[in-house]
Design a protein around this ligand. Structure first.
Ligand SMILES: [Zn+2]
Length: 105
């Protein structure tokens, strides 16, 4: 199904967004759902949270719980491996954008 392929591609972009934002500062789920909505992605917690867990299991993010107004919120930060992954992705993204959007490097 075409829609499954689009979904795979979008979720790859979402992973890059999460790594990028976690490199800028600590992030949490609801905040990222709103941020990604700003970018045009409509993601439910049921879709996004497993991606956070996957990135954490892969050692690219690390999490710590913090109680905010009586509720436990899980904050994620990027790890050294995550920074390394992001720095390997950047030239790939640059090249992809240049080719797909027809811009000269
Ligand atoms: Zn973003």
């Amino acid at each position: 199904m075409t829609s499954d392929i689009f979904r795979d591609i979008f979720l790859a972009f979402v992973r890059v967004h999460l790594l990028y934002h976690a490199a800028e500062g600590r992030i949490y789920g609801l905040e990222m759902i709103e941020e990604l909505r700003r970018h045009g992605y409509e993601l439910s917690p049921g879709t996004l949270y497993p991606i956070f867990h996957e990135l954490e299991a892969a050692g690219l993010l690390t999490s710590e719980p913090e109680t905010v107004s009586g509720k436990v919120r899980k904050y994620y930060r990027i790890t050294e491996a995550g920074r390394e992954a992001l720095s390997q992705l950047r030239p790939k993204i640059r090249e992809l954008v240049a080719e797909v959007l027809g811009q000269e490097g």
